[in-house]
Design a protein around this ligand. Structure first.
Ligand code: ADP
Ligand code: MG
Ligand code: ZN
Length: 620
């Protein structure tokens, strides 16, 4: 992604705003040089008036000079002449004393005179003291004012100081294209129209159509929103103004609004072009909630005004991206502003394969079994896929190979999901057994329920994430719909680990904490959001706040109901747990076989596990 930035800056003057200060300082230095000439470098000894008189009376003093309140005098001590200074006091007898005193001078007289301080002419004094400082201040004021005005635009808040960083560079020559964005075909389709508009606005304006002014890219983090925005600019070959929403929010009220004004002014000059506001929720948050934030609101208002104000036919397209669309101000979303909404979803199986091949182009690799890798990465975003490919390349280098293999990719999937292998963590034999039975418990419950996904891999090698082992289930396809049975079976699978521990060791360990968390979340969602409990039928009991960011939810029911929901969730988990226990008790023999195989091998593949299972099924 080689992009060059061309030096198209704002309308700020070419002069550096700080030049005024520099000139001021320079002039003050010069003045100081004029007014206080260099003092002689010879060592002057400070002494008191009494010693001066003593030295005069004892005939040591050679010459005396009185200058602006100070008396300078020299004495001769052998061959050396020493220079002294002392303060002048009102001593009427001084002249007489000096005239009468002895001196080492040849004529035995002290040479003395009074130096009249050289007064500057009154006009020069006036200029130096009044006009010049005034001039300096005027220059500084003008420079600062100008730079401020450039930052604020006309009518800005003059009190705002500080670094606005008003320079927004337009990037041209962007090399990112739609080919770099894998999958996301719907998004590309919508954006292709915008690209065409930027190429050839006349085609649209002739018929009287005006294209959407803005499009909002919405989706979870890492799905390629920023990437596709760049790709639009690369395809259309127009300048690209990219700015992040948070860059608008400044310390001082008014700065953000000024920046918005500035941005649109520049964009108008460079049309056709693209303005891209990343993470727009930083300024676009709904205005009515909670405490007001003056700066953010002003910035948002300015953005709304600018979006209304500019001519849609000119060829300025505004793209924005966010992963919190529900928090955006409604005014932003109304027609005429961001009226197109482009959904960027997590990639499905085909999408993941496509993303893999885009990123594999950047590394040297052998024949890769895309299907295996894509299946193992269910739920991963494009950014995670990119990371997985890179991790695989790093692993290949670590292993001293020149190309990436499927094994590298599989290992790096695990590294990204569960953390790196913890080589030095040594489990005791009992721990190892517990972990092995726990993981086999999950796998067996999953396999025995016809609807559960088969196992991809089971391992008891500790990971840096803290997992002591895990069972990787592989989604056979991406399911858009999950039935109640699917979800319930999944809960049963999650309880399978703990169930195995109970059956074999008659005790429980801390190893199930993650399972507990997941099972509870799933059961709760079934009751509150999916309408899968008999008791609450289709009543919605919860709303999801951040669908794309973890999806935290809040209850929308009374406290009574909330307590009852807990009971319902508990009932569901208990039933699933019982189911898991009964499955495992029925198949104790195969559980022992698989567990001892796992303890021996530490990692077994899904195929190996299924082999054991099939052999067992044939026997019985
Ligand atoms: P977002 O802005 O949605 O959070 P980005 O656009 O910044 O995500 O994506 C981060 C990185 O992930 C990209 O630079 C790219 O390497 C990779 N990526 C994400 N989605 C895709 C995709 N659909 N195709 C190819 N690479 C992708
Ligand atoms: Mg982004
Ligand atoms: Zn578990």
């Amino acid at each position: 992604m080689n992009t060059t930035q061309n030096e198209q800056t704002t309308n700020a003057p070419k002069r550096n705003p700080y030049m005024g200060f520099l000139w001021g300082i320079l002039i003050v230095l010069l003045l100081n040089g004029l007014i206080f000439p260099k003092i002689a470098e010879q060592q002057i000894v400070e002494t008191d008036y009494g010693s001066f008189i003593n030295k005069v009376d004892s005939g040591q003093v050679k010459d005396v000079a009185i200058k602006s309140g100070k008396i300078f005098f020299t004495t001769e001590d052998g061959d050396k002449t020493k220079l002294y200074q002392t303060g002048e006091t009102n001593d009427p007898q001084l002249v007489e004393r000096l005239l009468n005193a002895d001196s080492p001078n040849p004529n035995n007289k002290i040479a003395f005179n009074q130096i009249v301080p050289q007064e500057n002419s009154p006009i020069l004094n006036f200029i130096l003291m009044w006009i010049l400082p005034g001039l300096i201040f005027y220059i500084i004021w003008r420079q600062v004012g100008k730079s401020l005005q450039a930052r604020m635009g006309a009518g800005g808040n003059f009190l705002s100081f500080g670094n606005s960083g008003a320079k927004i560079y337009a990037e041209s020559d962007i090399t990112t294209t739609f080919a770099d964005v894998a999958g996301q075909d719907e998004a590309k389709e919508t954006l292709t129209e915008i690209v065409d508009f930027l190429h050839n606005p006349a085609k649209y304006t002739e018929i009287g159509a005006s294209l959407p002014k803005g499009a909002l890219l919405v989706g979870p983090p890492g799905t390629g929103k920023t990437l596709i925005a760049r790709a639009v600019a690369g395809e259309a070959k127009v300048p690209f103004f990219a700015i992040s929403g948070s860059e608008f929010v400044q310390m001082f009220v008014g700065m953000g609004a000024a920046k918005v004004r500035d941005l649109f002014k520049q964009a108008n000059e460079k049309a056709p072009c693209i303005i891209f506001i990343d993470e727009i929720d930083a300024i676009g948050k709904r205005r009515d909630t909670g405490m007001g934030n003056d700066e953010r609101e002003q910035t948002l208002n300015q953005l709304l005004t600018e979006m209304d104000g500019f001519d849609g036919r000119k060829g300025v397209v505004i793209l924005a991206a966010t992963n919190r669309p529900e928090s955006l101000d409604k005014a932003l979303l109304r027609p005429g502003r961001f009226d197109r909404r482009i959904q960027m979803e997590l990639p499905d199986l085909e999408g993941r394969k496509a993303i893999l091949s885009v990123h594999l182009k950047k590394v040297k690799h052998e024949q890769i079994d895309m299907d295996v890798v894509a299946r193992a990465t269910a739920g991963s975003s494009g950014a995670e896929m990119a990371n997985i490919v890179n991790e695989a390349a790093l692993r290949a280098v670590r292993m001293g190979r020149k190309t990436v293999t499927t094994a590298d990719l599989e290992e790096s999937v695990e590294t990204v999901i569960a953390g790196a292998q913890k080589k030095n963590k040594i489990l005791s034999d009992t721990e190892k057994q517990t972990v092995a039975y726990h993981e086999i418990g999950h796998a067996l419950v999953a396999a025995m329920q016809t609807h559960s996904a088969p196992v991809h891999k089971i391992t008891i090698i500790p990971r840096t994430s803290g997992a002591l082992g895990y069972t990787m289930q592989v989604e056979t396809g991406d399911q858009a719909l999950m039935s109640k049975e699917n979800l319930f079976n999944r809960i049963a699978t999650l309880t399978g680990g703990r169930a195995a521990e109970e059956i074999i060791f008659h005790t429980v360990t801390t190893g199930a904490s993650n399972d507990i968390e997941q099972a509870t979340r799933l059961a709760r969602a079934m009751v509150t959001r999916y309408g899968m409990s008999e008791k609450y039928d289709m009543m919605g009991l919860e709303t999801v706040n951040n669908a794309y960011l973890g999806g935290d939810s809040s209850l929308t029911c009374s406290a009574d109901t909330a307590a009852d929901i807990d009971r319902e969730v508990l009932r569901m988990i208990k039933t699933a747990h019982e189911k898991a226990k009964s499955i495992l008790s029925e198949h104790l023999k195969v559980m022992h076989q698989a567990a001892s195989f796992l303890i021996e091998k530490e990692t077994i593949t899904g195929d190996e596990f299924m082999d054991i299972l099939h052999r067992y099924e044939k026997e019985s």
